[in-house]
Design a protein around this ligand. Structure first.
Ligand SMILES: Cc1cc2nc3c(=O)[nH]c(=O)nc-3n(C[C@H](O)[C@H](O)[C@H](O)COP(=O)(O)O)c2cc1C
Length: 340
């Protein structure tokens, strides 16, 4: 009997496939469908700092100037009105979603600055969330703000949330930190139980005809996994934290690689949006098949087997790999032979 169980943030999970935050969890009925398909936990889509602040600003303005000021006061945030649903409905959906399944449900809060919105972590806990995922999404564009200042600001948000809730807390972060390992450690010291690596950054495109900068969401491809594998393998055993990998997990071999790197769970969105919720079952079956063929009895047995501390040549994850990779390329004149 193969044991696929794992532990993430102190939650005992049946297998390492968690559904990451996405529009899939905007519909209540999808929670049960995701559980039936085999997901071991669900992360709700995110409630945004801007949504919370826009709502409280609307209430303040409505109280102060009357209902007619509502449209005007929100005009600077036109998208907020069509973006997901408001904080109250979020909490209601979270509560109902949690009641509809027996697997853990993780709420997601998305922001970038310390502020009143952080109290929503308490509301999420009260609504029944088993854990909280804090998505810190920001673009460090201010030349006067140093990397260290920014990291301190993020750690302060984590500290504030840690103080207000008892449920486990994971931080979803981007890969663009100068000293990623140090930042992971600082987050852990600030009270985060785990990290989710990594946010995908959705760079806008340029529309040359309309002279507009336009949003452009492209689903992930499996090659994006490498960055995540690399960092999970480096962080494993170096930083005391649970590790979830999100970004480029599409099939069973991707999940197995993540486990070998040292992750506790993998998260999927793009693959489920592309192939459907039932794809979870296909991936699980593939994992079991591979483990059987390779005589692994449990996920625990393979976790971290290919991490930096466990492989023979740790340089494979460091500068040594860079040199070797560059040296491995042979250029041929186009037209003489296949060149790519
Ligand atoms: C349409 C869409 C909506 C998403 N919404 C959220 C969100 O609300 N909060 C969040 O933290 N991540 C969100 N994500 C990011 C995913 O949770 C995930 O981290 C990312 O897509 C990488 O994983 P993947 O390669 O499995 O897609 C969204 C992704 C997509 C494609």
């Amino acid at each position: 009997m193969i044991d696929l169980s794992t532990n993430y943030l102190g939650l005992k999970l049946l297998n390492p496939i968690v559904v990451s935050a996405s529009p899939l969890t905007e519909k209540l009925e999808n929670c049960a469908r995701l559980e039936d398909a085999g997901a071991s936990a669900i992360v709700m889509y995110s409630l945004m700092e801007e949504q919370i602040e826009a709502e409280s600003e609307n209430i303040d303005n409505a109280l102060e100037y009357g209902a007619n000021s509502y449209a005007e006061s929100t005009s600077y945030l036109p998208d907020m009105q069509k973006f997901h649903i408001g904080p109250d409905r979020y909490l209601e959906l979270l509560h109902k979603g949690k009641a509809s399944v027996s697997i853990p449900v993780i709420a997601s809060l998305n922001g970038r600055s310390p502020g009143g919105w952080v109290r929503y972590s308490e509301y999420m806990e009260q609504a029944g969330a088993d854990a909280l995922e804090l998505n810190i999404f920001d673009v460090a564009s201010d030349p006067d703000v140093s990397a260290s200042d920014l990291e301190t600001r993020y750690c302060n948000i984590v500290r504030a949330i840690r103080k207000s809730v008892r449920i486990p807390l994971a931080v979803k972060l981007g890969p663009y930190f100068t000293s990623c390992a140090n930042f992971a450690k600082r987050l852990s010291d600030a009270g985060a139980d785990g990290i989710v690596i990594f946010n995908r950054f959705y760079q806008p495109d340029f529309d040359l005809e309309e002279m507009e900068v336009t949003p452009n969401l492209v689903l992930s491809s499996p090659h994006e996994l490498r960055l995540r594998l690399h960092w999970a393998a480096i962080l494993y055993h170096q930083v005391e934290t649970y590790i979830a990998i999100t970004g480029g997990v599409h099939d069973s071999s991707d999940v197995l690689k993540c486990m070998m790197a040292g992750a506790h769970v993998t998260m999927m969105t793009s693959a489920l949006l592309r192939y459907g919720i039932e794809h979870t079952g296909v991936v699980l079956a593939g994992i079991e098949r591979w483990m059987e063929e390779h005589e692994y009895a449990s996920i625990r047995q393979m976790r971290g087997a290919m991490s930096m501390v466990n492989i023979e040549n740790p340089a494979a994850f460091l500068r040594g790999n860079y040199l070797k990779t560059l040296g491995s390329y042979t250029w041929r004149e186009p037209g003489t032979e296949m060149a790519f």
